[in-house]
Write a protein that binds this ligand. Structure first.
Ligand code: ZN
Length: 511
């Protein structure tokens, strides 16, 4: 059957035909885009005409940096994002513990130490969950707090040295407090998810429907362990994924570790930390560095070349200016040995930039995948290191575009808000959830933001041949919106509703 969507305002993201009134869908593909009259000519023996009465149609959103295999479990784990005190975290974990099946770790997600005042300690968690391992993840997903059972299960004791690229927080007597940074959390974090992951097919079914309701039709899961890669294969075989998901692989020992045993496919390399990313700053006129840097330039260049020779695409996580400088330098070095390298690598996050780094990224021509969602969630948060150095530009979306950087958008969910329209609104207004403005001179237009979350994102994800724009031959991944994002006011962008989502021609209506 052919379906003819007519009388719409179609934003195609196709430069050769940016605006249209109608399109035709058959066998999951777009077969025509154009005027209502010409599309109506395509009526076949079996057809359906859908009169959209002027509503806006656009391509489904593509999210090239999302953590679906974490976010899918959110309904099963304690949601600690709203915790305003350690007592709140304790109450949330104790409640979750009652629902946690035997053999699984109690998990909480998303606490913000700036809201709770202090980080919880192992003792706080022991009081809430005394009888088995429990862990609560910081909103950054780069640090967590473990209770005593969890620390013991992860082999972390008083005498355990800090791993390279991580830190075990300790009290004055040298006893671990439960707070673990970056690579120090690898063992407990990995163990805390193992039992839950057996339920992936079930949660993935519901989660992919939630994603579709937000208008997301294709994502890349930005950190998939070998165990999760097997779970993805099961979920796909069961037909549980309502949206297009591709995987970016990490190793089995933990997200931030060297990905030596990653499953085949695109490879993720964490170049620096998250909340404690690698920074190079001037403080009181003197240079200093801070945060966690996981590789030197030379080692990273050699990892890149090994991956490229194995035909792997590489996603480099780099947040701090020192992390980005290391990634850019390593890519420059590797490209000298393999000139087609820029097509095989991208830099994700790239939050703390400088004019010099922006110029080098533009010269390399690699994609940068940025997260306007972070602007919305915590646009006003400035840590001391970042405030003292005027040469550091924070999420400089407009400057990067003017310099010629290929910039796509994503959410990094659950580290940032999942809804693309929230991210797009933040990129346009530079306003966070509390109404605070952050570097308004870095605002970009709605049209540019939409493209960065559709065609740009599809290009960064390597799926632009099938997704990202409404063109004949591409997959029928499209949205019907309650209003036109190019005509509403910037403050209205975040409240546009997704009325219909079509994934590969399969139509769903959000609840
Ligand atoms: Zn991420």
């Amino acid at each position: 059957m052919i379906r003819l969507l007519i009388n719409a305002t179609v934003l195609t993201m196709d430069a050769s035909l940016p605006h249209a009134q109608a399109l035709a869908v058959k066998d999951g593909r777009i077969v025509e885009v154009g005027g209502t009259d010409e599309v109506l000519w395509l009526r076949e023996e079996e057809y359906e005409v859908i009169d959209l009465e002027g509503r806006t149609v656009m391509p489904g959103f593509v999210d090239p940096h999302n953590h679906f295999s974490i976010g899918a479990f959110e309904t099963l784990w304690a949601d600690c994002r709203s915790a305003r005190s350690v007592a709140d975290v304790q109450r949330m974990l104790a409640t979750a513990a009652r629902e946690t099946p035997a053999g699984a770790w109690v998990r909480g997600v998303g606490y913000d130490h700036q809201l709770t005042g202090v980080h919880p300690t192992r003792g706080d968690l022991d009081a809430a969950v005394p009888d088995r391992p429990a862990l609560v993840m910081h909103f950054s997903h780069h640090q967590c707090v473990a209770n005593s059972h969890a620390l013991a299960a992860g082999g972390i004791a008083r005498g355990t040295p800090d791993p390279v690229g991580g830190e075990i927080a300790r009290d004055k007597t040298g006893e671990p407090t439960g707070l673990l940074f970056e690579r120090a959390m690898s063992s407990v974090e990995t163990a805390s998810r193992t039992a839950w992951e057996t339920r992936f097919t079930d949660v993935a079914r519901a989660a992919s429907a939630r994603y579709a309701a937000l208008g997301i039709t294709a994502i890349q899961d930005a950190a998939v362990t070998p165990a999760m890669a097997r779970r993805y294969a099961e979920a796909r075989a069961a037909g549980a994924l309502a949206i297009d998901v591709s995987e970016v692989m990490v190793g089995s020992r933990g997200w931030f570790e060297r990905p030596d045993d990653a499953a085949p496919g695109a490879l993720k390399i964490f170049v620096d930390g998250g909340y404690r990313c690698a920074m190079r700053v001037l403080r009181d006129g003197a240079p200093r560095t801070s945060g966690f840097l996981f590789y030197g330039r030379e080692e990273l260049a050699s990892l890149l070349l090994t991956a490229w020779r194995a035909e792997r695409f590489v996603v480099c996580h780099a947040i701090g200016n020192l992390g980005i400088e290391t990634a850019v330098g390593a890519i420059e070095d590797a490209v000298r040995a393999m000139p087609d390298g820029p097509a095989r690598v991208r830099i994700d996050h790239a939050i703390f930039l400088t004019a010099e780094l922006i110029a080098r990224i533009a010269a390399l021509g690699v994609w940068v995948v940025a997260q306007p969602s972070f602007l919305y969630d915590r646009g006003s948060v400035v840590t001391p290191d970042r405030a003292t150095d005027d040469s550091i530009l924070t999420r400089p979306f407009a400057t990067a575009l003017r310099a010629g950087v290929r910039q796509a958008f994503s959410s990094d969910y659950p580290c940032g808000s999942n809804a693309p329209l929230i991210g797009i609104a933040a990129a346009v207004t530079r306003t966070n959830r509390h109404g605070h403005l952050a570097a308004p001179e870095e605002a970009i237009s709605p049209a540019t933001a939409l493209e960065a979350y559709t065609l740009g994102a599809a290009r960064a994800a390597g799926i632009a041949d099938i997704a990202g724009s409404l063109e004949s031959g591409k997959r029928a991944d499209l949205l019907v919106l309650s209003s036109n994002p190019l005509e509403c006011t910037p403050t209205e962008l975040a409240s546009i509703r997704v009325l219909e989502t079509w994934c590969g021609g399969v139509r769903s209506v959000p609840p």
